[in-house]
Design a protein around this ligand. Sequence first.
Ligand SMILES: NC(=O)c1ccc[n+]([C@@H]2O[C@H](COP(=O)([O-])OP(=O)(O)OC[C@H]3O[C@@H](n4cnc5c(N)ncnc54)[C@H](OP(=O)(O)O)[C@@H]3O)[C@@H](O)[C@H]2O)c1
Length: 265
Amino acid sequence: MDIENKTIWITGASSGIGMELCKQLAERGARIVLSARNQERLMEIAETLPGGRKQHWVVPLDLAEADKLITLVEAQLAEIGPVDILINNGGISQRSLFVDTDLAVYRKLMDVNYLGTVAMTKALLPAMIERQQGMVVSISSVAGKIGSKLRTGYSGSKYAVVGFMDCLRAETAHQGIQCLTVCPGSIKTNIAVNALNGSGQAQNKDDESIINGMPVEKCVQDIISAIIKGRDEIIVGKGISALAPTIKRFFPGLFNRISAGMEYR
Ligand SMILES: NC(=O)c1ccc[n+]([C@@H]2O[C@H](COP(=O)([O-])OP(=O)(O)OC[C@H]3O[C@@H](n4cnc5c(N)ncnc54)[C@H](OP(=O)(O)O)[C@@H]3O)[C@@H](O)[C@H]2O)c1
């Protein structure tokens, strides 16, 4: 799908991959709807985009409140008009062992990463189907393809996104809708700093793997290239974080032994 003159709704637009998507897509002539919880930050980012606040919209929302999202998003459509691409990017990660993790943390990860994605799609997909054109992009993770320590809740929510997108693609393939699942490996953003510990607080520190990860600019270039080419699914990253799904697919026993032996953060 072309980017120029398209209206693109991006969640998680206040930081990391979402913020860089706003920048690179606006530079290609898209109108952006920026969503996340931090309204002030979204306004600052919208101001810096080509065309500024006149060309783009800021819609603050909390992905954890799936029940409210559909009404909230639908109410904006009269002003914004048809949305061509939805990018379900907003999310949070986890760094805690299963035995140390409260049930509430699992609920939060599912609410934000999975149900938030489902609710945004529920709000925006019907109009795309009516127009027989549109694209849903969901940012899952390599953790949605393989399991590693400290991520039982995060991986569960990201596997759920992969399954959701596979089914949605099958259901909408003949209605002019494209569904792209993006599975990033380690990308240099605030994801680890914001990741939840076992009691649901941000861990407030970075991980080695993220510090040494792929620059966010390159990750977003790869995502935009996949949007333009109409791909179904991509893995984005460098080194072991990008190779892991292939190793697991062809050598599952070996992969499971490596994963159990690795102190990967
Ligand atoms: N970086 C990586 O290595 C990596 C790898 C695999 C997958 N991913 C996925 O990529 C996506 C973007 O993450 P990132 O790396 O850019 O991390 P980030 O810098 O921490 O950004 C996360 C974004 O999600 C938003 N968000 C978090 N909770 C939210 C909520 N309840 N409601 C609405 N928005 C919420 C945040 O905005 P507010 O705080 O303003 O709400 C922020 O804009 C996530 O889905 C993540 O799981 C990242």
